[in-house]
Design a protein around this ligand. Structure first.
Ligand code: HEM
Length: 204
């Protein structure tokens, strides 16, 4: 049996590699023709995804694993900041469409897998942040709070997450359930983004 800590993270990475490739393809933020409206549309889609997902994660994990530092990791407040700079308010945020069927995160292991996906997304988010900052230079598109995430602390927060994940799920027999939760979350992300793109006007 390989060492537990690296093994769970490595397993998650290798078992979700194709999922990550598909997720990258539905994120259209690197397209040269991206407009502020297209970026806003992406943030709105993320809002509709993170709202049900983070509340499910809170229900499964909050208070159970303090070392995960969940309150510092929630992205919904950051999405709200970005969307408010596009003119959204409480009422319009409440009207945004939400992911109708969140992934079935039946228990803690599955929820930890989902958290792995959301935390990992902050890593790729740094690449997107650099791109978007250049792409929209001088335009009023807000301060990229979501993609900025933990700022300078993105690396340390990822490392801390890896360590906390190991402590939260030390039982190797549970690894397949963690992987399932991660895969289901990637799939929910991809399906939701596809649906939103299909509904979006073509100029976005
Ligand atoms: C265009 C979009 C994306 C790009 C360019 C991208 C790029 C990257 C890069 C470069 C890394 C490695 C970063 C590092 O090790 O420091 C990474 C990791 C990761 N990304 Fe993405 N990503 C994108 C979208 C996403 C999305 C939408 C999700 C989730 C829904 C996601 C989930 C992850 C996860 C879980 C990891 C951690 C992999 C691991 O090391 O275990 N990514 N991404």
């Amino acid at each position: 049996m390989p060492p537990l800590h690296s093994s769970l993270l490595q397993t998650l990475k290798s078992e979700t590699r194709p999922h990550h490739e598909r997720a990258e393809r539905v994120v259209r933020l690197m397209e040269p023709g991206l407009t502020p409206a297209g970026y806003r549309c992406h943030l709105e889609a993320l809002y509709g995804l993170y709202l049900p997902l983070e509340s499910l994660l809170a229900a499964r994990l909050a208070g159970r694993f303090p070392e995960l530092r969940l309150p510092e990791r929630w992205k919904l407040p950051l999405l709200e900041v970005d969307l408010r700079s596009f003119g959204h308010d409480e009422a319009s945020l409440a009207r945004l469409p939400r992911l109708p069927y969140p992934p079935p995160l039946h228990g803690e292991p599955e929820a930890l897998g989902a958290l792995y996906v959301l935390e990992g997304a902050t890593l790729g988010g740094q690449l997107l942040l650099r791109h978007l900052t250049r792409h929209f230079e001088g335009l009023p598109v807000g301060g990229f709070a979501f993609f900025r995430a933990y700022g300078e602390a993105v690396g340390p927060m990822w490392k801390a997450f890896g360590e906390a994940l190991t402590r939260a799920c030390p039982e190797p027999a549970l690894a397949p359930r963690v992987v399932r939760g991660a895969q289901d979350t990637f799939e929910a992300f991809e399906a939701w983004l596809r649906e939103v793109h299909a509904d979006a006007p073509s100029h976005l």
